[in-house]
Design a protein around this ligand. Structure first.
Ligand code: PMP
Length: 399
């Protein structure tokens, strides 16, 4: 007899399932705009030059010892500078508890477990919509979830009024998950003015802001500019939490390198919080992997290599921004009477097209174009070679 008779197959992941279906399609014209990974203009995965150079420097020069439980201190130090600013007083005053995490997912999960352990009765407010894995992460950490308004389907922009209402109506001292920039899946971010109002209202209500920053540099091409939301909150004195990932902005997807940080009242509190984060990591994975962390610290601690990286992030962001214009122009050229302004207004890797699940099904079945049924187009999968075909197909199913 089997121990596992009662085990049913798990539901397919809505994002990872798309790639499976794409790979199984023999049609030569097939297009994958489902993946959340950057591709070059030939549709090929990219390894950045700065990463190749860092690997050359590392090769033969590293041992395979364990990192400390909190990961590479050098990597964490450089990573905090990106989020909090090179000359952040919080860093100088050692007020940030930070540990290396298994990319952005691992940072979110570590925080969710920490939240459950040290604020056991709290809930998490999550935007509608959000990256689908956020729901899984806080569910598995046993933190009850609430939602707040974010996207406005009619305008395909931000539902700022409803968002602010939800912030005001949440019980004082609630936990909120915010996307620092390049909101996934909508590509819709608050403006600087709106961030200021959100930060102010969070202050009034005593809410906690947890920033998931998976795309720093990917939105505008400039990591400093993309950290603006966080900096506004810091200026207002918020003790924020932050998840950082090098999956997208350094192309280190499979290396699983990221960072979780929590701003504390003073150094003593930061030491305590960090020790507890390590305590949560210990029985899960003991300590994080070493190679990716070394790649990151090698790049960011060398001013020349860092410049190479900054140029390359900007290159990726610019290609995506260029493809947004190309897609919009091509659809308009076909005479579509609909408005496609949102394609260029939205930012980051994704365009939340407004297409219905049925329209997406037609794209897949009739045109071999693969994407999630929520209408999210990964702009990273759009190239000069397929943009015209994609535009024609979109026009056809939205007529
Ligand atoms: N948060 C958001 C909003 C994301 O889009 C992603 C990547 N899809 C992540 C976190 C985490 O990605 P990773 O674990 O690969 O860093």
């Amino acid at each position: 007899s089997s121990w596992w008779k009662h085990v049913e197959p798990a539901p397919k992941d809505p994002i990872l399932g798309v790639t499976e279906a794409f790979l199984a399609d023999p049609n030569p014209d097939k297009v994958n705009v489902g993946v959340g990974a950057y591709r070059d203009d030939n549709g090929k995965p990219v390894v950045l030059d700065c990463v190749r150079e860092a690997e050359r420097r590392i090769a033969g020069n590293m041992n395979m010892e364990y990192l400390p439980m909190g990961g590479s201190n050098k990597m964490v130090e450089e990573t905090l500078k990106l989020a909090y600013g090179d000359d952040s007083d919080l860093i100088k005053d050692k007020r940030i508890a930070a540990v290396q995490a298994l990319s952005g997912t691992g940072a979110c999960r570590l925080f969710a477990d920490f939240q459950k352990r040290f604020s056991p009765d709290s809930q998490i407010y999550i935007p509608v919509p959000t990256w689908s894995n956020h729901h899984n992460i806080w569910r598995d950490a046993n933190v009850p979830q609430r939602t707040f308004h974010y996207y406005h389907p009619e305008s395909k922009g931000l539902d700022f009024a409803s968002l602010m209402d939800d912030v005001k109506n949440a019980p004082n001292g609630s936990f909120f998950l915010l996307h620092a920039c390049a909101h996934n899946p909508t590509g819709v971010d608050p403006t600087e003015e709106q961030w200021k109002e959100i930060s102010y209202q969070f202050k009034v209500k005593g809410h906690f802001a947890f920033f998931d920053m998976a795309y720093q540099g990917f939105a505008s091409g400039d990591p400093e500019r993309d950290a603006k939301s966080i900096r506004i909150f810091l200026e207002d004195g918020h003790l924020i939490g932050c998840s950082q990932s090098y999956a997208k902005n350094m192309g280190l997807y499979g290396q699983r390198v990221g960072c979780l940080s929590l701003v504390c009242e003073d150094e003593k509190q930061a030491v305590a919080v960090k020790s507890q984060l390590q305590q949560i990591a210990r029985p899960m994975y003991s300590n994080p992997p070493v190679h990716g962390a070394l790649v990151v610290s090698t790049i960011l601690s060398d001013p020349d290599l860092k410049q190479v990286w900054l140029k390359e992030v900007k290159g990726m962001a610019d290609r995506i921004i260029g493809m947004r214009s190309a897609l919009k122009e091509n659809i308009e050229k076909l005479g579509s009477p609909l408005s496609w302004e949102h394609i260029t207004k939205q930012i980051g890797m994704f365009c939340y097209s407004g297409m219905t699940p049925e329209q997406v099904d037609r794209l897949t079945n009739e045109f071999h174009i693969y994407m999630t049924r929520n209408g999210r187009i990964s702009m990273a999968g759009v190239t000069t070679g397929n943009v015209e075909y994609l535009a024609k197909a979109i026009h056809e199913v939205t007529k």
